[in-house]
Design a protein around this ligand. Structure first.
Ligand SMILES: Nc1ncnc2c1ncn2[C@@H]1O[C@H](COP(=O)(O)OP(=O)(O)OP(=O)(O)O)[C@@H](O)[C@H]1O
Ligand SMILES: [Mg+2]
Length: 395
């Protein structure tokens, strides 16, 4: 058995709309792949094509080494779990979990033993005789999972299975589903629009936008090296701050000017980005994650920016400080980058800076006051740089 493979798979609907545009994806055997992206980007369509519920208009789909592109759903050996778990109200948990096997004509004794095994894996043995209405939302979701695992399919396909649950239960179920998947080692394609869910659950994560995979990698790779501004702003919460800057060479060192602030890029970092020197004298888009503002700095500190705090939120362990762009920053409009973060606004004076909110995650002990100016230090090794024309990361 060897996972799920999509090779240049497309879906053009009869009305001419291309919802999925030639995506290639390889879910290894036993791997948990999260497919994440904004609403309407083609996640469900992709999953339905793998399940056979939607015909691919181009490309090849393989499951467990078999080309299933032209096979009907029942011959694909996949089990799907949806957002709505659609349990049969009049049937017990036992009946619900075993229903598919019964329909497939499996002998009763075999069904009973598979249902018992699934119930024990899911910690539901005591609930087997209950009806769905006697279960909590999380327990119902577990029944839906049970129905999928008793079939011992070659692949699991899950479409936002947790989105009907409340926030706390959702976090609990994330852990349950990944632990379960690890135990039964069935390759899984898991669709969600929630980047946190994708990042915490996926062995790897594919980021989909307008039917195209923008980047595919481990959660660490996506966070550390986003391929472009879309991925950069999609991964991480709160989102990465994006602002216009200018790349300059000062005494042979790469410096990023943001308004009046100058951030000197450490030589080792500059050396690791071979394209960077080519940007000397040019506009760049600067990305700073909220967690990469180190703290409140002295006025004399380098690698720091002046901001005026507009709001602060204390969550106990951490403090989120919001500010309206860097004071004095003169952001240039950047055609291709419009619409993302703070890029695209033209700022002339301090009053006019109140356009787009940026956020820093600071130590809970930092003292900042709303309405006051403060100076925030930036970790210069953690600054992200993008080409404002292509929106791609400067490598
Ligand atoms: N039968 C159809 N005909 C034409 N367009 C369709 C059809 N079904 C879906 N679409 C379009 O295809 C795009 C992708 O839809 P899809 O359901 O795959 O999105 P999604 O990523 O699952 O979004 P969500 O997060 O909202 O569930 C959407 O723009 C949708 O309007
Ligand atoms: Mg969907």
């Amino acid at each position: 058995m060897s996972g799920i493979q999509l090779e240049r798979v497309s879906k053009e609907f009869p009305n001419g709309f291309v919802a999925v545009d030639g995506i290639s994806l390889d879910v290894a055997d036993g791997e948990f792949m999260a497919l994440v992206g904004p609403s309407g980007c083609g996640k469900t369509t992709t999953l339905r094509m793998v399940a056979g519920l939607e015909e691919a208009t181009a490309g090849t789909i393989r499951i467990g080494d078999r080309d299933v592109t032209d096979l009907p759903p029942r011959k694909r050996d996949v089990a799907m779990v949806f957002q709505s778990y659609a349990l049969y109200a009049h049937m017990s948990v036992r009946g619900n979990i075993g229903f598919g096997l019964k329909m497939a004509g499996m002998p009763k004794a075999e069904i009973a033993s598979r249902v018992d095994e699934a119930a024990s894996i899911l910690g539901m043995t005591e609930l087997l005789d209950r009806k769905p209405r006697e279960l909590s939302g999380g327990q119902r979701q577990r029944v839906a999972m049970g129905r999928a695992i008793v079939r011992r399919p070659a692949a699991f396909l899950m479409d936002e299975p947790l989105s009907n649950l409340d926030a706390k239960l959702r976090v609990e179920m994330r852990g349950e589903i990944t632990a379960l998947q690890r135990r039964i080692e069935t390759p899984t394609l898991y669709v969600t629009h929630d980047q946190t869910e994708a990042m915490t659950m996926g062995d790897r994560v594919a980021i989909l936008r307008d039917g195209v995979i923008e980047q595919l990698g481990t959660p660490g790779e996506l966070y550390e090296s986003p391929a472009n501004m879309f991925v950069a702003s999609f991964i991480g919460s709160p989102a990465m701050n994006l602002i216009n800057g200018r790349c300059e060479m000062v005494d042979g060192r790469v410096t990023i000017a943001i308004g009046e602030a100058r951030i000197t890029i450490p030589d080792a970092v500059a050396a690791a980005h071979s394209e960077l020197r080519g940007f000397a004298g040019r506009e760049v888009c600067v990305g700073i994650r909220p967690e990469d503002f180190i703290d409140v700095a002295d006025p004399a500190d380098d690698d720091a920016v002046d901001v005026v705090v507009t709001r602060s939120e204390s969550l106990g362990a951490e403090l989120f400080v919001y500010f309206e762009e860097f004071a004095h920053a003169r952001a240039q409009a950047a055609g291709a980058a419009g619409g993302l973060g703070n890029v695209g606004s033209a700022v002339d004076d301090l009053e006019a800076t109140c356009r787009s909110t940026m956020v820093a995650r600071l130590d809970r002990d930092c003292e900042v006051a709303v309405g006051e100016r403060c100076r925030l230090r930036i970790d210069p090794t953690r600054v992200y740089l993008f080409d404002p024309e292509t929106t791609g990361a400067i490598r």
